[in-house]
Design a protein around this ligand. Structure first.
Ligand SMILES: N[C@@H](CCC(=O)N[C@@H](CS)C(=O)NCC(=O)O)C(=O)O
Length: 204
C-alpha cells in the first residue's frame, strides 16, 4: 500500500485527492506544521529535502508531487486522469502539469510568502503573478475544468496553489481562474481529500 507523508496545508493533498478518486487504499502519515509554518525536522528523516509530499511504495521513495501523481496513475493503470496519449490534448496536459511546479508556483510564492508574513508583495511580484494568471486563463474553456467535466492530474496539481492564492485575495483580478477554482472545489476528490487531510490553505 502506498504511504503518503502528508504535511498539513501542503501539496501532499494533491495525492490524497487522486488516491480518493481512484478509490485505492493508502496509508496517510500526517505531520503538523511548526510554529514558523515549516515542515517539522522529522521529515528530514523521510527525505533529504525535508518537504512534503513524499510517497513510499515498497522500496521506492518519491518526492515531487507531479512525479507522484504520474506514478500513481501508472501503478493503477488509470486512464481517466489524463487525455488519451493518441490525442493532441495529451502533450498539452503534460506541459501544463510540469508548468505548475516549474513556473507557476514560483510566481505564486512571490506573493504568498510576503502575504503570509503580513507584508505587501512587491509590484513586480504582483505583475509576474498576473502574467501567469492570464496565461492560465488562456488555457481555460469558457466554463468547467481544463479537460472536461472531470478533474485531470493538471487540475489536481493546480488546486493547492489556487486555494492559497484565493485565500489571500490574489484571484480577484483573474475572474475565470476564480470560477475554475470554484468548480474544482465541487469535485468529489477535492471534497474527500479535504475531509481526510484538512483544508488546502490556512485561514489568513
Ligand atoms: N516541488 C515540490 C514542492 C514541495 C514543497 O515545497 N512542499 C512544501 C509544502 S507544500 C513543504 O514541504 N514546505 C515545508 C518547508 O519548506 O518547511 C512538489 O511539487 O512536491
Amino acid at each position: 500500500m502506498i504511504k503518503v507523508h502528508c504535511l498539513a496545508y501542503s501539496r501532499a493533498i494533491r495525492l490524497v485527492w487522486l488516491l480518493e478518486d481512484l478509490d485505492q487504499p493508502y496509508d496517510l502519515i500526517p505531520y503538523d506544521r511548526t510554529d514558523q509554518f515549516r515542515a517539522p525536522d522529522v521529515l528530514q528523516d523521510v527525505h533529504p529535502l525535508g518537504k512534503s509530499p513524499v510517497i513510499e511504495d515498497g522500496d521506492l521513495k518519491l518526492a515531487e508531487s507531479a512525479t507522484c501523481l504520474r506514478y500513481i496513475i501508472d501503478k493503477y493503470d488509470d486512464k481517466t486522469h489524463r487525455p488519451d496519449p493518441q490525442t493532441a490534448e495529451f502533450m498539452r496536459h503534460e506541459e501544463l502539469l510540469d508548468y505548475i511546479e516549474s513556473s507557476f508556483a514560483g510566481a505564486c510564492m512571490g506573493v504568498l510568502l510576503p502575504a503570509m508574513q503580513g507584508n505587501d508583495p512587491s509590484d513586480d511580484a504582483r505583475q509576474s503573478l498576473q502574467v501567469h494568471l492570464d496565461y492560465v486563463t488562456s488555457h481555460l474553456p469558457e466554463t468547467g475544468l481544463l479537460f472536461g467535466a472531470k478533474a485531470h492530474l493538471t487540475d489536481i496539481q493546480f488546486s493547492y496553489l489556487l486555494a492559497n492564492l484565493d485565500a489571500n485575495g490574489f484571484l480577484d483580478n483573474a475572474p475565470r481562474v476564480k470560477t475554475y477554482w470554484d468548480a474544482l472545489q465541487k469535485q468529489p476528490g477535492y471534497l474527500a481529500a479535504t475531509k481526510v487531510a484538512g483544508p488546502m490553505a490556512p485561514k489568513p
